[in-house]
Design a protein around this ligand. Structure first.
Ligand code: SAM
Ligand code: SF4
Length: 471
């Protein structure tokens, strides 16, 4: 296996000295400055390291409240009330790395190892289709067994599995960093986003908690998505695992990663993820993380990220409990998973031991139907839309942000159409009732236009059984 060692002279674009200096010199609680920074972001500009550091350092409750209101405003004005829904599909938990926070690490003898066969991938996919899912993220441990060939086969199996009117229309990937030619091969299968989380951007901490295996190279991982982009996969997702080091440093790291992409490729990451460490079987570090992220800090992380990089999608996972998910969704989250099960093979098998095949424990264990019901009752429009990526409109979050009228012309009507599909094919009576009410409200909000008429016609088509209708 080829990978760059940290001694191979690759320069990190995470400038540790600059980050510490920015965090040190940008301290204060001046509400006028907070408002200026928020205004800059709402005016559709990415924030600078100094501005981001200033928001991260806020301690006065009034200023922090202003920060939350700012993030809420940006989310409402730019993105509206849609929330994209997806589910994770764990393909295999064999792993040659020893990440101290993860239940799948090589030294964990208590975890039950399992990899899905092609047939089992089909079964899991069917179970997810049966619930109404259209978008998945496929998750893999890092192991020679999970080479590009294997990854491609699993993706092809997912896309090739259909049932009645159901199918998976977008598969995103969370797997180990690849070499250029393997990214190229994976791109050919038609994936959505390729995600790699740096976990911690702090070099010293990274080296301590990734003692062996390919992942022990900070630089190999840091440049993992550069290689993906060069291979043509321009839809990439970055992330940090919060709880390993000072959360302020990690947010700055995510910002520096974003700036690096902007400088080198002319566009930023498609999504940013910000998981908190969750407990995992036989994993002491996950039980007592070195830097505990309280709910208050977590809310601040989401709000600062929203304002700092206003054009990316923000992904919140079911690692978080229901109450926190509800609250931070307001601050700019664009995608959440629902009805998730992270045991390998756990969607299609009723398996009491599935916990032993899980990477960590989920905070929100509600079904997809419950989440759709709850979202529509609270004024959100759940969306299963995959139109942009299939129309070749990559980087849809950026377009939502940058192209005037894009959300109104494409995102809202497509969210409504995919929600209507869900209602017709999968929803319980209770969920269908609140979802239909929400759709009615949305349609009433659209001014009379050709698009509105077209949307109404398309809704009728969906009701009569036509599928995959989109703008
Ligand atoms: N093995 C690949 C890798 O590490 O990049 C991809 C899959 S890994 C299972 C996906 C992500 O899970 C990791 O990047 C890490 O951020 C997250 N993770 C690991 N242990 C976790 C824990 N205890 N709680 C929450 N997230 C965790
Ligand atoms: Fe393996 Fe990924 Fe878990 Fe690390 S985080 S032990 S690489 S599965």
């Amino acid at each position: 296996m080829f990978y760059i060692k940290d001694s191979d002279n690759y320069k990190s674009f995470i400038n540790e000295k600059e980050i510490f200096e920015a965090l040190e010199k940008n301290k204060g609680n001046d509400i006028v400055r907070v408002r200026e920074i928020i205004q800059k972001s709402i005016g559709k500009n990415r924030l600078s390291p100094d501005e981001t550091a200033y928001l991260l350092n806020l301690s006065d409750p009034e200023c922090i409240n202003e920060l939350f209101r700012g993030a809420e405003r940006l989310k409402k004005e730019v993105y509206g009330n849609r929330i994209v829904l997806f589910a994770p599909l764990y393909i295999g938990n064999e792993c040659i790395n020893d990440c101290q926070y993860c239940g799948f690490r090589i030294s964990n003898k208590e975890v039950f190892r399992r990899s899905l066969t092609e047939e089992e991938v089909g079964k899991e996919t069917l179970a997810l289709i049966d619930k109404g899912h259209k978008r998945l993220i496929l998750v893999y441990g890092e192991h020679p067994m999970y080479d590009a060939e294997f990854i491609c086969k699993t993706i092809e199996k997912v896309y090739g599995t259909k049932k009645d009117r159901g199918e998976i229309r977008r598969a995103n990937i969370n797997a180990a960093p690849q070499v250029f030619k393997d990214y190229k091969r994976i791109k050919e299968t038609g994936i959505g986003t390729f995600q790699i989380f740096q976990e911690t951007y702090h070099y010293g901490t990274y080296k301590k908690i990734h003692p062996t295996g390919p992942k022990s190279s900070y630089i190999w991982r840091l440049y993992g998505l550069d290689r993906a982009i060069k291979a043509g996969l321009d839809d990439v997702g970055i992330g940090a695992l919060f709880g390993l080091y000072d959360y302020r440093y990690e947010v700055m790291g995510l910002l520096y990663h974003t700036m690096h992409f902007e400088e080198r490729f002319g566009f930023g990451p498609h999504t940013i993820s910000f998981p908190r460490i969750e407990p995992a079987i036989n994993t002491p570090l996950a039980k007592t993380p070195p830097n505990v992220i309280t709910d208050e800090k977590f809310k601040k992380i989401v709000a600062v990220l929203r304002l700092s990089v206003p054009y990316t999608g923000l992904i919140l996972t079911a690692r978080e409990p229901e109450n926190i998910r509800k609250e931070v969704m307001k601050y700019g989250v664009s995608q959440i998973d629902a009805g998730s099960n992270i045991g390998v093979g756990a969607y299609s098998q009723d398996d009491e031991e599935s916990y032993k095949k899980s990477q960590f424990v989920l905070g929100d264990q509600r079904s997809l139907d419950e989440v759709v019901g709850e979202l529509t009752e609270t004024g959100f429009v759940p969306s299963f839309c995959t139109a942009c990526y299939r129309m070749g409109r990559t980087g849809e979050h950026f377009m939502e942000f940058a192209v005037p009228g894009f959300v109104k012309r494409f995102c809202t009507p497509n969210a409504i159409l995919t929600l209507m599909e869900y209602i017709t094919d999968y929803a319980s009576e209770k969920t269908a009732k609140s979802a239909l009410k929400q759709i009615k409200k949305e349609i009433n909000n659209i001014p009379e236009s050709k698009m509105k008429e077209q949307l109404k016609e398309n809704i009728k088509k969906v009701e009569s059984g036509v599928r995959d209708v989109y703008f």
